[in-house]
Design a protein around this ligand. Structure first.
Ligand SMILES: [Zn+2]
Length: 436
C-alpha cells in the first residue's frame, strides 16, 4: 500500500546540504522502474527527476517525495511519470518535460487510473490531481536553456523513444548529466543519444549485463519469422508496448514487408496520434506518416473481428498482462498455424514470462494452455553493457552514479568502469554525497 501523508511520511533528510551535491533516490536505485531522485546542493536548489511507478503486479511505488517546487520528467513511460500527479496534488510541483512528453502524459495517467480502478491497486493520486498535473507542465525544446533555482538545465535527445531526454544540469560546482533511459543506437523512430561532457554522470543500467544482438540482424530475423507464419496461412500476433516498441515494429514491417496486411490495436493507436503532432521528435516523420496511413488501425469491436483475418496484429500489452492482446490470443489459440512474436523483456510475474516458462497464461482469470509457437526478439530501446561503457567514457566524467538496473546489471557495469572513474551505487532512501 502506498498512502502518503504529505510531509509526514517522507524519510527525506531535514538537514540542509553544507557542501557538495546530495543525491537521494526515492526509487530506481538498485532496481528497474519507479524512478525518482532528489538532487540538492548548498544553494538550497532542490530538483526531483522523474517520479514513476513500476507497472508490475502489484505495482511498485517510490518513497514519498519531500516538498519540491520543480520536477523534470525525462520521458512518458509509466516507470518515470506514473506518480507525478501526486507531486502536483500534494506539493504544487511544476513539471518540466518536452512538449511530446507533456502531451502523451494525459493518455498514460488516464490509463494508469483506469487500470488501478479495474485491478483494485492502490493509487495515491486521484482524478483531481491528474487534472492539476495536466496544467502544471512547463515544456522545453531540445537544447533550450532554463533555470531551476540556482541551476541551469538543458535537454538532450536520449534515443530511447520520441520525446525522451537526457538532462544536463549546471550547478555552481558541477555539470551533471542524467541519462534517463537511453539508447545510443539509431532505432526505427529515433536517432541514438550522443555523449555530453560532464563532471557527474548519472547512468541508467537496465541492460548493463547484456550484449544486444546486432539491431538490423534482429529486425531481419523478426521479419523472416513473420513471413514464415503468414506463408503457412497463420496470423502473427505481436504483443508490443504502446509507447515506442509498437511504432518501431510497424516501421520495420512497412519497410521490409509492405505487402502484408498489418493491423494495429490498443493504446498505441492513441499515442501515435500524439506523436504525429510533434514531427521534430521523430527521425523520419514522413515515413511515420506513411506507416500510419498504411497500417489498418483498430478502433472498435467490428474492426477487431476483421483483424482476426490479418497477416499481422500488433497490439498491447507488450507483456501479455491485459489489453487487446489477450482477446486476440484467446481466439487465435485454436489454430496452430498462428504464432506469437514477443518483442521485448517479459518481467517476472507477467503473462509473457509465464508463457515462455510454462506455455500457459491467465486469460480473463482462467489459466489457459497456449498451443502456439512463441518466439522472442531483442528489439530493446536501451543501450547494452558495451554501449553504456563507451558512452560513459565519451562523456569523460569524474564520477558516475549507476541506477535503474537490476543488481547483476549494475555490478557488471561497475566492474567495467571502476578504476577509470569513481563509481557509486546508490541505495534507495539513503543520501549519497558527491564532492568534486
Ligand atoms: Zn523508458
Amino acid at each position: 500500500m502506498v498512502l502518503y501523508t504529505p510531509g509526514n511520511t517522507s524519510g527525506y533528510p531535514s538537514e540542509k546540504v553544507k557542501s557538495g551535491i546530495r543525491f537521494y533516490f526515492l526509487g530506481g536505485a538498485e532496481e528497474v522502474g519507479n524512478v525518482g531522485c532528489i538532487i540538492e546542493d548548498n544553494t538550497g536548489t532542490r530538483l526531483l527527476i522523474d517520479y514513476g511507478m513500476a507497472p508490475t503486479r502489484p505495482p511498485r511505488y517510490p518513497s514519498e517525495s519531500p516538498p519540491v517546487s520543480d520536477a523534470i520528467i525525462t520521458h512518458s513511460h509509466i516507470d518515470h511519470i506514473g506518480m507525478a500527479p501526486w507531486l502536483v496534488g500534494a506539493h504544487g510541483t511544476k513539471l518540466h518535460g518536452t512538449e511530446l512528453t507533456a502531451k502523451v502524459s494525459e493518455i498514460m495517467w488516464r490509463d494508469t487510473y483506469k487500470v488501478s480502478s479495474i485491478e483494485k491497486y492502490p493509487l495515491s493520486w486521484d482524478k483531481r490531481d491528474l487534472d492539476l498535473a495536466l496544467d502544471s507542465w512547463e515544456t522545453h525544446k531540445i537544447g533550450e536553456s532554463f533555470n531551476i533555482g540556482e541551476w541551469n538545465c538543458k535537454f538532450h535527445l536520449a534515443g530511447h523513444m520520441p520525446g525522451a531526454v537526457m538532462v544536463e544540469i549546471n550547478t555552481p560546482s558541477a555539470r551533471i548529466l542524467w541519462t534517463g533511459d537511453i539508447d545510443t543506437r539509431n532505432s526505427p523512430n529515433v536517432i541514438g543519444a550522443s555523449p555530453i561532457s560532464c563532471d557527474i554522470l548519472c547512468l541508467e543500467g537496465t541492460y548493463g549485463a547484456r550484449i544486444h544482438p546486432n539491431r538490423s540482424d534482429e529486425e531481419q530475423r523478426f521479419v523472416e519469422r513473420i513471413k514464415e507464419v503468414v506463408n503457412r496461412g497463420g496470423v502473427a500476433l505481436v504483443p508490443a508496448f504502446a509507447s515506442g516498441r509498437g511504432q518501431d515494429i510497424l516501421r520495420i514491417l512497412k519497410r521490409d514487408a509492405p505487402h502484408l496486411n498489418v493491423h494495429f490495436d490498443g493504446m498505441g493507436t492513441r499515442l501515435t496520434k500524439d506523436w504525429l503532432l510533434f514531427p521534430e521528435y521523430n527521425n523520419n516523420f514522413k515515413e511515420l506518416m506513411k506507416t500510419w496511413k498504411w497500417v489498418k488501425r483498430v478502433y472498435g469491436k467490428s474492426d477487431r473481428k476483421k483483424a482476426l483475418n490479418a497477416d499481422v496484429i500488433v497490439t498491447t500489452s507488450g507483456m501479455l498482462d491485459g489489453g487487446p492482446a489477450l482477446w486476440y490470443l484467446n481466439r487465435l489459440n485454436s489454430n496452430k498455424s498462428n504464432a506469437i512474436l514477443l518483442t521485448g523483456y517479459q518481467a517476472e510475474g507477467s503473462g509473457g514470462r509465464l508463457l515462455l516458462d510454462k506455455g500457459q497464461l491467465s486469460i480473463y482469470g482462467q489459466m489457459t494452455k497456449i498451443n502456439l509457437e512463441v518466439n522472442q526478439y531483442a528489439l530493446s530501446n536501451h543501450a547494452d553493457g558495451p554501449s553504456l561503457v563507451k558512452f560513459a567514457k565519451d562523456c569523460s566524467p569524474k564520477e558516475i552514479i549507476l541506477f535503474h538496473a537490476p543488481v547483476e546489471g549494475i555490478s557488471s557495469l561497475k566492474d567495467r568502469l571502476d578504476g577509470e572513474f569513481k563509481v557509486f551505487l546508490p541505495e534507495n532512501n539513503k543520501p549519497l554525497f558527491l564532492n568534486l
